[in-house]
Design a protein around this ligand. Structure first.
Ligand code: ACM
Length: 537
């Protein structure tokens, strides 16, 4: 902790100081590092430089760097600049775990990380500072502000598929994001193979938000393992979400015997919390899920149960449970259910994650992680923090990337405003005062996350357009200390990033030139204001 503070203090000291003379230069890296001491003097990095690991356990990082260098281009073919032929990677226990120190000299490039992850992030900075094979001399010292730097993708509404997920993971890694929250089940589709209940994928996987007849789309367990390994090699942990007891429609299509009913608008929205078999079924499912994902976290959703739980008042099994347990409201039945499922999560050796509705269920703050998403309910945020819950900030505004990012855009949510790039960048500090943030409260914030709900994202172009460049602004909001953030400078550093997106075929929104990639149409026009009983309140 002291190390962190020291490093950040240095970062704050340097923050706001423009380079004093022409011999120094600013960084090209997103997210902005804590301490940058770079000179205009430069050298060329030989793409075939020897990569030496002077600590164990860095083979993954060395191979990653080797592959990236092989792809990099070199403008200085005439060889006028001095050429560096040696890169050294090492772990240094004095550096914060995800932090690193990058030393750039023509004689040797050295990356010291607090862990393999820190070395990996040093490599990302090296790659961003290198422009056409040329690097500045100097030194960068860096460590993240938040431990959880998350991005959630909803594949239940529309399925993106493995190739697109890997592209997103590549971009997350490039910008030092480290948590991929995978929303795999919902009303419209179930996207993960469960061997004990095969109809979940084949029947539950059929259909999507724009077409209920789409043939089944889901990940086999083998594909999941492959993606988990791909992410791990990039220091990204994947947190699966199996939403319950609401948003259960796709599962209930496959196994109607566990349905607890719903409403006309959301039929079969809930699991049947009154049947003992439901607990066996869901625990079996979670056992398979837990075995696939090494993450300590298991997300059980828990949101918006009220959209279906009125039906429990008419269900004989739920009524019998309530009579037996002395429960007088369906909310109490929901609490009973979640507490039992939390036991299952614990039995599987994982820690429960849930949306902020968990706060109404009196869960043990020592044993769960809360994602605060209802931006219009800051009292829930305060309750979470005052109650000692470790909390992730992902309020709809500005961190739901299904909201549009420009006033002229039509295909996405707008609720009394939207989520422009500037707001993502300014997060979270610009909101702290309004929320009543105090140092005691902010100590419980583990990190921040953007959520990509895909009702209106039926193509890769749509997902790209809504994700980029907001993901870059999010990464700086999550990683960089407030004192080193500067939106205009961020936009300057985005220039080569936009060019790289063009090379990678990423269909991004260009705020400098909104016509560069026109807004791709979605499958249907979203309502400008939520109806009284929208499925997300
Ligand atoms: C949510 O947006 N229902 C978490």
């Amino acid at each position: 902790m002291m190390k962190n503070i020291l490093l950040f203090t240095l970062g704050l000291l340097f923050a706001g100081f423009a380079p004093a003379d022409a011999a120094t230069r600013v960084s090209e890296t997103i997210p902005q590092p804590a301490v940058v001491e770079l000179r205009t003097e430069s050298f060329r990095l030989d793409p075939a430089a020897v990569i030496r690991c002077s600590s164990d356990g860095l083979q993954n990082e060395a191979s990653y760097l080797r592959a990236q260098l092989a792809e990099s281009s070199s403008a200085d073919q005439k060889g006028q600049l001095r050429r560096c032929r040696q890169i050294e990677l090492s772990i240094d226990g004095k550096i914060p775990s995800e932090g690193y120190v990058l030393e750039l000299q023509p004689r040797k490039v050295a990356i010291r990380g607090g862990s393999a992850a820190g070395v990996f992030y040093g490599i990302q900075t090296l790659l961003q500072e290198m422009q056409e094979g040329v690097l500045p001399c100097g030194r960068i010292e860096d460590a993240p502000r938040y431990a959880w730097r998350g991005y959630m993708l909803d594949e239940a509404r529309h399925f993106s598929g493995a190739a697109r997920v890997k592209l997103l993971l590549d971009q997350m890694a490039r910008f030092k994001m480290n948590r991929f929250h995978w929303h795999l089940t919902d009303e419209q589709g179930w996207r993960i193979e469960i061997k004990g209940y095969p109809r979940l994928a084949t029947v539950g996987g059929t259909g999507c938000h724009s077409n209920p007849d789409t043939p089944a789309q889901y990940y086999t367990q083998e594909e999941i393992r492959d993606i988990v390994a791909y992410a791990a090699a990039r220091h990204i942990e994947i947190i699966p979400e199996i939403d319950m007891p609401g948003h259960a429609t796709a599962s209930n299509r496959a196994y109607p015997e566990y349905s607890g009913g719903g409403t006309e608008q959301h039929p079969d929205f809930t699991f049947n919390v009154g049947k003992e078999e439901t607990y066996t079924f869901l625990t079996d499912v979670l056992r398979e899920v837990a075995a696939l994902f090494p993450s300590e976290w298991l997300h059980l959703g828990g949101d918006e149960v009220a959209y279906g739980s009125e039906a429990w008042k008419r269900d004989p099994h739920v009524q019998a449970l309530m009579a037996r347990e002395g429960l007088t409201t369906v909310k109490q039945a929901e609490r009973y259910f979640m507490r039992r499922m939390a036991d299952s999560v614990r039995m599987l050796g994982k820690t429960l994650v849930g949306w902020d509705e968990l706060l109404d269920l009196d869960m043990d703050p020592e044993r769960c992680l809360v994602m605060w998403w209802r931006h219009d309910k800051p009292d829930y945020l305060r309750r979470a923090l005052d109650g000692g819950y470790t909390t992730i900030l992902c309020p709809r505004k500005p961190l739901y990337f299904d909201f549009v990012q420009h006033a002229d855009h039509k295909w996405g949510r707008v609720w009394d405003g939207f989520c422009p790039l500037e707001d993502v960048y300014a997060f979270p500090d610009a909101w702290f005062e309004g929320w009543g943030m105090t140092p005691e409260r902010s100590a419980h914030i583990l990190g921040i996350q953007a959520n990509v709900w895909s009702e209106l994202m039926h193509t890769a172009e749509r997902v790209d357009f809504m994700t980029f460049p907001r993901l870059c602004a999010l990464s700086e909001a999550a990683w960089s200390q407030p004192g080193v953030k500067d939106y205009d400078d961020f936009m300057r550093r985005m220039e080569p990033v936009f060019a790289s997106f063009d090379r990678l075929g990423i269909y991004y929104f260009d705020p400098r030139n909104p016509g560069h990639h026109p807004e791709p149409a979605g499958p249907e026009i979203i309502k400008r204001q939520p109806p009284k009983m929208d499925f997300r309140d």
